[in-house]
Design a protein around this ligand. Structure first.
Ligand SMILES: Cc1cc2nc3c(=O)[nH]c(=O)nc-3n(C[C@H](O)[C@H](O)[C@H](O)COP(=O)(O)OP(=O)(O)OC[C@H]3O[C@@H](n4cnc5c(N)ncnc54)[C@H](O)[C@@H]3O)c2cc1C
Length: 400
């Protein structure tokens, strides 16, 4: 089979690895418009379940990713001058660039042609049996047929910027700072021995109130360094300015598609769906798409059948994650509802931000129910049963 993968992100690269392992006679090319070793973003998080899945598909990739990741087991929240620590599940972080280098190396060693600085025009697709649109959230391949794919994009209300820092966080760290224009916060996590990620977020009112919409990147970073001085401990923030020197502040785009394939063209990863970064799942989902598509192609020799099967399986697997991501994003958009709770309660509800019930129950009552449910299994089961039903009812009403 001749396969052309457009975009050299985790989705395309891992898919090419799986397909080569399935059948070395496949002729596979991955086209990436950027030069090797240059990519957007800093570190990405994932959880142990991903390593198991990668290990089943390709033990070499799993080992390389594990060996190049950092780990943490605690979560820390700073709200003003109060600090709460939670000992939780083990989390992992890896540099996005490092991960892509590892996957590209592995793909090349299996015989995939990885062509950097090779942009594919949406109206001139490579002549192949299967074309993968792994070209990310702004996929030109998808946009060319947006009507067919039924693309829907919802813009988040808050504004964010994805930054790096030389401060090493050994826990997953949240820091909420109150300014004269409202709260601003960041999520910090390590991803290598010498760098961490810092995603800074705030409401649009705080963003414009602080003048972050008007300053150059350099002045904006200086202001953020001042606001998060306690957290950063003298370390600087590192950005990636646009050509005009402005900072890359964005509103998150939650993207869905009615269908994921058209003839021999199929959407993979962010081109097909996005989930808010506050649940740290986009890369994992992109890799799971690759596993699912490779599996469907193995099971179904007929292409249309395989693509339909892939789409069906992934859409249903994504539903709970998309719900969690939507509620997590809304939690931050409704931050004033939670931020002044006693620290232990605020942190507990931060951990529960994916819950479909939380927006509809007074936070302190929710906290008490959650504590009780932790001790009583029947109540926990009732809460799990009720959550999705409340969310579906409210969504159906808001659509009417
Ligand atoms: C602030 C932020 C924080 C995040 N944190 C996490 C996290 O902690 N954990 C996590 O799992 N996920 C995280 N994500 C999400 C994650 O980055 C994406 O979900 C993931 O990269 C999707 O992979 P992909 O392969 O589908 O697309 P991408 O990684 O976007 O790759 C697409 C590639 O296609 C290339 N391309 C585009 N058009 C063309 C073309 N025409 N020709 C050739 N090449 C092309 C691009 O240059 C790019 O390299 C975060 C996202 C954001 C915005």
């Amino acid at each position: 089979m001749e396969i052309a993968c457009v975009g050299g992100g985790p989705a395309s690269l891992y898919f090419s690895i799986l397909m080569k392992r399935q059948d070395p006679s496949h002729d596979i090319a991955v086209y990436e418009r950027n030069p090797a070793g240059s990519t957007y973003g800093w570190g990405v998080t994932y959880w142990a379940g991903l390593l198991e899945k990668l290990g089943e598909g390709d033990p070499e990739s799993a080992l390389a990713v594990a060996e190049n990741s950092v780990r943490w087991s605690d979560g820390v929240a700073h709200v003003g001058d109060r600090t709460t620590v939670h000992h939780g599940d083990e989390g992992f972080g890896i540099g996005r660039r490092r991960m892509l280098d590892l996957l590209a190396e592995r793909a090349t060693s299996l015989g995939v042609r990885v062509e950097f600085e090779h942009e594919i025009a949406a109206d001139r697709l490579p002549d192949a049996d299967l074309v993968i649109a792994g070209d990310g959230v702004n996929s030109a391949l998808r946009e060319r047929h947006a009507d067919h794919f039924g693309t829907d994009i919802k813009l988040g209300r808050n504004t964010y910027i994805w930054l790096g820092t030389t401060k090493i966080f050994d826990s997953f760290t949240f820091s909420f700072v109150e300014t004269g224009h409202g709260w601003i916060w960041c999520y910090g996590y390590g991803f290598s021995e010498d760098h961490s990620t810092c995603v800074v977020e705030c409401s649009p009112e705080t963003w414009t109130g602080l003048g972050l919409d008007r300053t150059s990147e350099a002045d904006g970073l200086a202001l953020l360094e001042k606001l998060f001085a306690d957290l950063l401990d003298g370390h600087g923030l590192i950005g990636r300015a646009q050509v005009d020197g402005s900072a890359q502040w964005l509103s998150f785009r939650t993207l869905t598609n009615r269908t994921w394939h058209r003839g021999n063209l199929v959407l993979l990863g962010d081109a097909a769906h996005t989930t808010h970064y506050s649940i740290g799942a986009g890369t994992t989902l992109a890799l799971e798409d690759a596993i699912s598509l490779a599996g469907a192609l193995r099971e179904h020799p007929e292409l249309e059948c395989a693509l339909t099967q892939y789409e069906r399986a992934r859409r249903s697997a994504l539903l709970p994650v998309q719900s969690a991501a939507r509620h997590s994003a809304q939690w931050y958009e409704n931050l004033p509802r939670y931020i002044r709770l006693p620290p232990a309660q605020m942190f507990a509800l931060l951990g529960q931000r994916h819950s479909p019930l939380l927006p509809y129950i007074p936070p302190q009552l929710y906290y008490r129910i959650d504590r009780a449910a932790g001790q009583l299994e029947p109540l926990r089961r009732f809460k799990r049963w009720l959550g999705p039903r409340v969310a579906r009812t409210v969504q159906a009403r808001s659509r009417r």
